[in-house]
Design a protein around this ligand. Sequence first.
Ligand code: NAG
Ligand code: NAG
Ligand code: NAG
Ligand code: ZN
Length: 515
Amino acid sequence: MSWQQHKARGERHTHTSSRDKMNVPVLPSILLLISTAHAFQYTELAQHIDSHQEEYVEALRDWIAIESDSSNVLKRAELHRMMDMTAQKLRPMGGTVELVDIGEQELPDGQTLALPKVVTAQFGNDSNKLTVCVYGHVDVQPAKLEDGWATDPYNLTDINGNLYGRGASDNKAPVLAWIHAVEAYQALNMELPVNVKFVIEGMEETGSNGLDAMIVAQRDTFFSDVDYIIISDCGWLSRRPALTYGTRGNCYFFAEVEGPKQDLHSGVYGGSVIEPMTDLIGILDTLISPSGTILIPGIREAVAPLSDDEWKMYQDIQFDIENHKNKTGVNQLMYNNKVDLLAHMWRYPTVSIHGIEGAFSDPGTKTVIPAKVTAKFSIRQVPNMDPAMVKKQVTDYLHSVFAKRKSPNKLKVTMVIGAKPWLADPQHALYEAGKAAVNRVFNTDPDLIREGGTIPIARTFQDVTRKSIIMMPIGGFDDGMHSQNEKISRYNYIEGTKLFVSFLYEVSQLKKTSV
Ligand SMILES: *[C@@H]1O[C@H](CO)[C@@H](O)[C@H](O)[C@H]1NC(C)=O
Ligand SMILES: *[C@@H]1O[C@H](CO)[C@@H](O)[C@H](O)[C@H]1NC(C)=O
Ligand SMILES: *[C@@H]1O[C@H](CO)[C@@H](O)[C@H](O)[C@H]1NC(C)=O
Ligand SMILES: [Zn+2]
């Protein structure tokens, strides 16, 4: 039962009592008091959050000041400091807080480097309550003022209610919002409606090294009593709040064509040798048609068909095609209607060609015939594609089109990443709880969306723990995650904190059996 329903019932009971006018307590009121002993006091929590807004912004400022760039090994000390700060933020809140050693990372030169520890925490261990586990990360993408930032990326700057800084939206503010949500309950001496666990890592931006193994290792300990997993590491699609129920996976390929024993002069040897680059461009051109049809046999057949329900859902989603054109700076998109565009960004695979290693790419002219070139391309994965199958389909297909060229050069195809997609059931009770929380805070239904990108950890959580996952973003659609001038608005940060306190309550209303 929702808080509004409690309230509505209470009013009805009071008004139907004739003794009410005499100010005599009535039995239904007493029952009401008992049944609402743990009623959700949203107004108090929301007021607390509003009145602590400046502290929350200062906490974000402290975190943004740490250059926790996980891709730069020279910044590793900062990353360790970031994990310590995260643990220090959680420790005064009681609970059990640990820094879990997840080992070392091997660098290309053979040296090893300690991975940032993973912070785990637990608040409440009442076996009568459901337990949720919040996942987040506090490492960031690289950022330099010279990249075109209007402000110092590591000095949080408030411009017209937008908080600019690297990692503001991805993912430091959402992690803090979750911590502040728990803190708000504690500050008001309100019992947490569910037990809350945290898993906060520092390697997300470079592939979550070591985290899969840690989840597997702790499956029967830390994760054993977790009922639901919550991830807030993505953004809304429009100004309307969103719940995310799917992400695409990714299969990343290298295709190498090798010919002459060394680079050759095109004036001296051109016309006498069969060039690796010509072969490579030729086979790359057979991957996808100009209108976006994937030409690799078997790929399209594996894709789950679009159902009528899904088609209807896409119709209701707020998505501005003109804005999408504007953001990308193109005047013609692959499709000119909303449903096709959303479907092809979220629930159909696509091929992207990223680069060619060994090709001449400096400014100016160079009349070289490269001896060996390696194309990098990837295929975003959707249900029911299987990366192992995709690897075989792509490899067989490229070898067959290459064979038709009758080239003496050598082709080698390897798949270097094989990340599976993740998909949840948006009708699941967990999403109903999410919708109720969004409605309470924002007075609107959320858009139910998918992400075109990949969050591999979602799939790991699903496969290892077998628990239901919800993605509940609070980042804005225009936050510029991974870009210059990343920001989160105060509005999203603060209302997002309210969303999280509400969601904890709504989850507590679910039955253990609906897991
Ligand atoms: C469980 O919670 C109680 C009360 O908060 C605490 O004293 C105890 O240490 C907790 N146990 C664990 C295993 O976290
Ligand atoms: C951050 O920016 C503000 C405003 O420009 C400036 O006053 C402050 O000194 C800066 N702080 C740091 C640590 O650079
Ligand atoms: C597109 O972006 C420009 C600024 O880059 C803005 O002036 C214009 O209003 C935008 N148009 C639409 C349709 O959003
Ligand atoms: Zn992120």
